[in-house]
Design a protein. Sequence first.
Length: 463
Amino acid sequence: MFSTHDLRAGFARSLSAMYGTEVPAYNTLVDVSTAVNADVLAADPVRAERLGRIDRVTAERHGAIRVGTASELRQVAQIFAALGMEPVGFYDLRGTEATSLPIVSTAFRPTTAEALAINPFRVFTSVLVTDDRRYFDADLQGELDAFLARRVLFGPEVLALAERAEADGGLPDADAAEFLRLATACFELSPEPVDRAWYARLSAISGVAADIGGVPTTHINHLTPRVLDIDDLYRRMTDLGITMIDEIQGPPKWDGPDVLLRQTSFKALAEPRRFTEADGSISEGALSVRFGEVEQRGIALTTPGRDRYDRLVSEIDQRSAGLDAAQRDGIKVEVWQANWPTEELGLLANGEGFFEFTASARRIDDEPPRTVAGLVEAGWLEATPIVYEDFLPRSAAGIFASNLDSSGSRDATLEGSPRDLDWIAEAVGRTVHDPMHLYAEQSRAALVTACAELRIPTPEETR
Ligand code: OOG
Ligand code: NI
């Protein structure tokens, strides 16, 4: 019997093996990530495992996929449900001025600390917004919707197996193997020819729209390993002659605690694809839509922490307008040093970072302090940071944009169509979790257990 967790870990491995045959540079990225992680572990084992055990980090991947319709989204949600991955969060990437991204997104991932520790596989999943008039006029929407309605991304067998796996909490060995084979195949790059004129029409509006609605199938866009030192990785990849995008997105490298998420990628590669020409003939060509991303994860921030993060990002934007990536990095470091606590305990005391707690025997006095940070400082509690398991809209938009040939076109004078977390929930027919709520609950539950063990009340101002 394959449990839900076995299926998730198996799917991550099988997708990784498949993607590695399609995009060999991905294998290089994984090898370099593994080497960097081994070096960080050797140099400083405590730091290396502060945000997750090394076996989790080494196996850790996130994928990115893109679908066209609410019903495709519902089907892919069924496949992920079989793997213990639930929708978390809502991202609207349509608002970014510099880019033309007619999509909204959620992330499918495990939601309990236990499942995350076993295998945290997550997939950033975007769906096209075909009724957004800034991008598609009524005629084009009609054609696009009809095109999408004709295709089948997920066949009846894979969906039936997924339903059974979800209902039974796993599958018997033979069915599990078949399910993993079929589910992986859904995300393989298809040899089916692409209608060149149709693809080009959508490309003029948005490269992402063409990648989703211009082809009869879907594919994994990228698979991202987790690395413990992204600056070292960036240097090693560049030394291997692989062209990276200009910037590492997100927070800078600095001496204090890492928060949220830092990401970078190598440029999208030209991959051979077949095309149908206007006269019906088939020709060979290439498309560049898939790239290699890598990430370094930090501590999950609370709402006040996230507010501070967002304020600092706008300050950095203002101060670095017109500057290059290296100058921008310098400003990031300055802003970080001036504003964030340099120790984890500072984040905890400010109520800006999420932590888990265990009872500790190091306590130095009899009267428990009344704050969580006080309990940690006085040795009653041990605090461990909770790793950020989600995505950043800004970083996502940056990763999308840096890998598109052109920024496309849209009519910003028109109204966008409404989309929100409830729309996704309705489309998939499942609860979409609020990530803040998941972190807060994990932190609170750990605090309650630790305080009960110490036979002390939980402090009022638990954050
Ligand atoms: C998704 C881009 C966002 C991330 O890591 O932020 C993303 C895509 O390219 O489909 O993967
Ligand atoms: Ni990604």
